[in-house]
Design a protein around this ligand. Sequence first.
Ligand SMILES: NC(=O)c1ccc[n+]([C@@H]2O[C@H](COP(=O)([O-])OP(=O)(O)OC[C@H]3O[C@@H](n4cnc5c(N)ncnc54)[C@H](O)[C@@H]3O)[C@@H](O)[C@H]2O)c1
Length: 327
Amino acid sequence: MQQIENKIILVTGGAGFIGSNLCEHLLQYNNKVVCLDNFATGKTSNIQHLLANPNFTLIVGDIRNLSDCHKAAQGVDYILHQAALGSVPRSIVDPITSNEVNISGFLNMLVAARDAKVKKMVYAASSSTYGDSENLPKVEEIIGKPLSPYAITKYVNELYADIFQHTYGLNTIGLRYFNVFGRKQDPDGAYAAVIPKFVMQLMKHESPVINGDGNYSRDFTYIDNVIQMNVRALLAENEEAMNTVYNTAFGDRTTLNDLMASLKMYLAEYDPKIGAIETVYGPNRVGDIPHSLASIEKAKSLLGYNPEFSMQQGLKEAVAWYWENLR
Ligand SMILES: NC(=O)c1ccc[n+]([C@@H]2O[C@H](COP(=O)([O-])OP(=O)(O)OC[C@H]3O[C@@H](n4cnc5c(N)ncnc54)[C@H](O)[C@@H]3O)[C@@H](O)[C@H]2O)c1
């Protein structure tokens, strides 16, 4: 696959799960990478190994602060905007901070991108934008009503990006991520994503709790497919592919019960006792949509996207990483 090479790229949220994987990938292809992060949820350990690289610059700063955004965007060719406060439950507990970071911070980044005349800003959108739409698979053009403050923030990002294209000619591409997982995803804290949370609990021989009856399903997407989408979005040049949004997923769905069974199976290869751990079931969570499955046809046809990792292949890799690094 063609790679992006010899460019200067700002990765906001570069100390986070997806951002740090993007920084690492871009540095392999002789790009200069600027990482802007305030470490709200990001970790130094995600980028520690990059700090000595002369092509890597860390700016500790906040996207809510316009001058930090201007400083970070100065002289860069492209921006991969990942910084945000993730998690639907977090946004329900504290909608104001999610709004400030995810909407005002996003707007600051658009302004900084415009003022620095960057070639393109590719940003992390979200499958939560599909809201209460029951349409399956999800196609980019059909969305429902948002079900959480987080979903609103991510939808507003898309609206602002569109306006910046029309008003200032700034090129943007939004990637609606669907339940991304893989190495470096944080297993800790109240707002941890299910896969790392379950893996850590199983490794400690604790019973994981599934919200609901386990029949809710998700299009779990391995990090390397997400990296591929970001690279393809950066490379996209024709007008039809630009200034729009793409589902970023594998294009298959797995129930939480099947996910749990797979995790136990892969972890049992390292520790056979894990295979016998019982799962506990709790109430459904507010704001959760029952099913999520992406159509990836648009990304295939306009960006040439070709996801290399199925959920099962990704799970094996992710489990191996957690076993080696966080056990
Ligand atoms: N992981 C997923 O499944 C998923 C799904 C849909 C969308 N997304 C989006 O992808 C992006 C990356 O998510 P992630 O899973 O890597 O989360 P993450 O929490 O690991 O990374 C987010 C990063 O942004 C940084 N950040 C937060 N607030 C900031 C601020 N005010 N200023 C500067 N930096 C700030 C954090 O410190 C962190 O390093 C986010 O925009 C998220 O909403 C993720």
